[in-house]
Design a protein around this ligand. Structure first.
Ligand SMILES: Cc1cc2nc3c(=O)[nH]c(=O)nc-3n(C[C@H](O)[C@H](O)[C@H](O)COP(=O)(O)O)c2cc1C
Length: 331
């Protein structure tokens, strides 16, 4: 069974990608994921705040040094030798790109266009195959309108795409008024594809301590419906690649995303829950599902249930929603 897949103009041995998370921070794990059949790996993000924090520390070190006595300057590391956190991540990218045969994708997570271009270039120089840009804008400033949020996102995308020659995928959240149109604008701004959808940070409230607490739950299968809808709506109607992220627990979830029209299905929570070996379960399960139907590649199913491929796309539309609401409890 040949699972070869094209994504962002790259050739992958399978359509299942290990998405960004701390699980992918070790070279050994990345090698294991490749061995289990992953089509590509996305490294954990470098976060903009982390990058600025490092710059601040660096400025302080250099600034302090300049104001100190000459002999004191020798206590400070030379700028080139100073390994920042993002420096570590670039080093990991370099090692992974040199070691793995599957594409290694670096991930940048930020909100502004300044600063990103240098880091994007560093990752390109490290030899990664592509960059995934996670534009995480949480417009808690109530004076900022949606149009400005969209424009800022597009500015970041354009700045990074203009800087590097390798393909750039953009991971977005679902909370645009018109997510499909926004995805098209992102591709028009230079991105080679979109990753749907980012799971936004949603804090919880702890009634026991009366505090707002950070919370990060692993996803469940039910959460895949929203990306499934928008992958289905966009498939066949955009020039960019489509990656689905959220809710892949078993092989049939991969099949669902392929049927909707995803080029690749990504997974994090299931790998964190079951370990990197779960990648082999997903890959083998996809092969078995295809073989059981006499199919020889993922292309045989990709997009078969997308909005554009259906003679009657009502299943994706409001009419169906009304039917579902009215039919509830009758079956
Ligand atoms: C512990 C954890 C860490 C994550 N770190 C990142 C990250 O660094 N960058 C990023 O873009 N997404 C990150 N994600 C999001 C995942 O890449 C993925 O898009 C999301 O979890 C939905 O996929 P899933 O349902 O397969 O988990 C993280 C998710 C988890 C659970």
């Amino acid at each position: 069974m040949d699972l070869t897949t094209r994504y962002l103009g790259l050739t992958l041995p399978s359509p299942i990608v290990a998405s960004a998370s701390p699980l992918n921070a070790r070279l050994e794990t990345l090698k294991a994921l490749q061995g289990y059949g992953a089509g590509a790996v996305v490294l954990p993000s470098v976060f903009e705040e982390q990058f600025w924090h490092e710059q601040h520390i660096l400025d302080q070190l250099i600034g302090n040094g300049a104001e100190s006595f000459g002999e004191a300057q020798s206590f400070f590391p030379a700028q080139a030798a100073f390994t920042t956190d993002s420096g570590n991540q670039v080093a990991l990218a370099e090692k992974a790109a040199a070691t793995l045969e599957i594409p290694v994708i670096a991930s940048l997570n930020g909100t502004t266009d300044s600063g990103w271009t240098d880091l994007a270039r560093d990752f390109q120089d490290a030899g990664v195959a592509a960059i995934e840009l996670n534009v995480f804008l949480l417009p808690t400033d109530l004076t900022v309108p949606g149009a400005e949020v969209e424009q800022r996102t597009l500015d970041v995308v354009a700045a990074v795409c203009d800087t590097v020659q390798i393909p750039v995928a953009v991971k977005i959240g679902p909370y645009f008024s018109a997510p499909g149109h926004m995805a098209q604008r992102i591709v028009a701004a230079g991105a080679a594809g979109v990753v749907l959808f980012n799971r936004f940070y949603q804090p919880d409230i702890d009634p026991a301590t009366l505090s707002v607490v950070p919370s990060l739950d692993l996803s469940t299968h039910a959460e895949m419906r929203l990306p499934l809808l928008w992958i289905g709506v966009l498939a066949g109607r955009t020039k960019g690649s489509l990656a689905a992220t959220t809710g892949v627990e078993g092989p049939e979830d991969v099949v669902r995303y392929l049927l909707a029209g995803a080029d690749v299905a990504m997974t994090t929570s299931a790998l964190l829950r079951h370990g990197p070996g779960h990648m082999a379960v997903l890959v083998q399960g996809l092969k078995d599902w295809l073989a059981a139907r006499g199919l020889t590649s993922p292309d045989a199913v990709r997009g078969r249930l997308s909005h554009g491929a259906l003679a009657d796309p009502e299943a994706y539309e409001r009419a169906n929603y009304i039917k579902v609401m009215q039919g509830y409890g009758r079956a």
